[in-house]
Ligand binder design. Sequence first.
Ligand SMILES: Nc1ncnc2c1ncn2[C@@H]1O[C@H](COP(=O)(O)OP(=O)(O)O)[C@@H](O)[C@H]1O
Ligand SMILES: [Mg+2]
Length: 158
Amino acid sequence: MADMASRFAGGLVVKGVAETEDLAARIASGLQSGDVIALEGDLGAGKTTLVRGILRTLGVVEAVPSPTFTLVQEYAAAGLRIAHCDLYRVESVTELDELGLDDALSEGVVLVEWPERAPERIPGDALNIRIEITGESERRMHLSGPQRWAHLLASKGN
Ligand SMILES: Nc1ncnc2c1ncn2[C@@H]1O[C@H](COP(=O)(O)OP(=O)(O)O)[C@@H](O)[C@H]1O
Ligand SMILES: [Mg+2]
């Protein structure tokens, strides 16, 4: 099917925070309004680290706290509205509605940690990144999503 053909999936090994930040910079360079980046992985995998890298690349200079308790933090940079969500503590659909996730999805870029807590709210064209901890500072990034992101799998540093 055309839809399947326009998707990609693959893995990338990063060795150290600097390489995760390099991946973040490459994601940031391709971001457009309406994009959703869904970040899965255990606590300490590096989801927030990746988000910080994306936001820094876009020019966010303020502190980027983990939204574990606030559930959502909003930023404006590079002409984009960016919502950073953490659904770890979300317990009900009502809470999701109060969070304004649907508004955020329609208005800008959404970077969401623990998307598996609300799979029905994550659009089918999201870029999915599952971070697997493979060593103290090594991570395997399992990427999948629309073909336009497939270049992320190419070797680092151009
Ligand atoms: N390659 C790596 N990529 C991302 N984080 C790493 C890496 N290696 C070690 N770390 C460390 O792992 C932790 C990741 O924390 P965080 O980004 O808050 O994870 P999460 O949001 O997934 O719970 C940080 O302390 C970071 O320094
Ligand atoms: Mg986090």
